[in-house]
Design a protein around this ligand. Structure first.
Ligand SMILES: NC(=O)c1ccc[n+]([C@@H]2O[C@H](COP(=O)([O-])OP(=O)(O)OC[C@H]3O[C@@H](n4cnc5c(N)ncnc54)[C@H](OP(=O)(O)O)[C@@H]3O)[C@@H](O)[C@H]2O)c1
Length: 231
């Protein structure tokens, strides 16, 4: 989803700092998006987040938009889940939002900027063997609301909460179910719109929420799930 969002932002002329842990994959995307810069690192580390903000300031002179998409599942029930995987999941999915926002907000304020967090319907609903994931995603929504209140009116802060989207993460998530293939097919059937989401569906909403067209939207956690939460 981060890739699809980056592609749609770039198509509108955004200059991008791209982040991820995989140098080769990141550079391949950066080569496709003119003017973008990929910086390899772990979003759970404070110094990496600071370097992302510094790179935007040095290369582009400003930070207007944060789009936060990094996520891992940290599968395992509370009893079996290791403390280290719990910590890694909270660090990647939640602390990363605090860290990037911490370094970027003073600069976003000058630009009337915006923050868009990729949470999940897991913020509102439990899934088997997903306690760390669900807790991190609910935390992301709470942090979004907190920042929306604290930094209004200069900065708009919103979250998107996708349902099942056809990405590598969805298939990893399905492994937490007895029959993964069946779990994905069931998820697809359970959407009111009878299909999985595609990364482009999420990118379309992301582009709208960071645009001027959404200038009166802040503090919201918008589900984009083919209707599955209402099924
Ligand atoms: N797919 C779904 O059904 C679904 C539904 C709701 C919400 N979401 C959320 O949507 C977001 C995007 O997920 P996706 O479905 O597009 O999955 P994905 O293809 O697995 O993408 C997740 C990305 O996070 C990056 N990442 C993970 N840990 C990182 C770390 N420590 N530092 C830097 N980057 C890290 C990975 O990049 P590298 O491997 O290059 O580091 C990867 O590209 C996630 O937050 C996910 O929780 C997904």
């Amino acid at each position: 989803m981060g890739k699809a969002i980056a592609q749609s932002f770039a198509a509108e002329g955004a200059k991008l700092i791209l982040s991820g842990r995989d140098q080769e994959r990141g550079e391949k995307l950066s080569d496709q998006l003119s003017g973008s810069i990929f910086i390899v690192g772990d979003v759970g580390e404070a110094s990496y987040n600071e370097s992302l903000v510094d790179a935007a300031l040095e290369n582009f002179g400003a930070v207007d938009i944060l789009s936060l998409n990094a996520g891992i599942l940290g599968l395992g029930n509370v009893v079996d889940l290791s403390e280290s995987l719990w910590n890694q999941t909270i660090s990647t999915n939640l602390s990363s939002i605090y860290l990037l926002a911490k370094f970027a907000i003073p600069h976003l304020k000058k630009q009337s900027g915006t923050i868009l967090i990729n949470s999940s319907i897991a913020a509102f609903k439990s899934f088997p063997n997903h306690p760390a994931y669900c807790a991190s995603k609910a935390g992301a929504v709470a942090l979004m609301k907190q920042m929306a209140v604290e930094y209004a009116p200069e900065i708009r802060v919103n979250a998107i909460c996708p349902g099942p989207v056809d990405t590598p993460l969805l298939w990893k998530s399905a492994k937490a179910f007895d029959n993964p293939e069946e779990a994905v097919a069931d998820a697809e059937k359970s959407t009111l719109l009878k299909r999985l989401g595609q990364p482009k569906d999420i990118a379309n909403l992301a582009l709208f929420l960071v645009s001027e067209e959404a200038s009166w939207i802040t503090g919201t956690a918008m589900t984009i799930d083919g209707g599955i939460l209402n099924a």
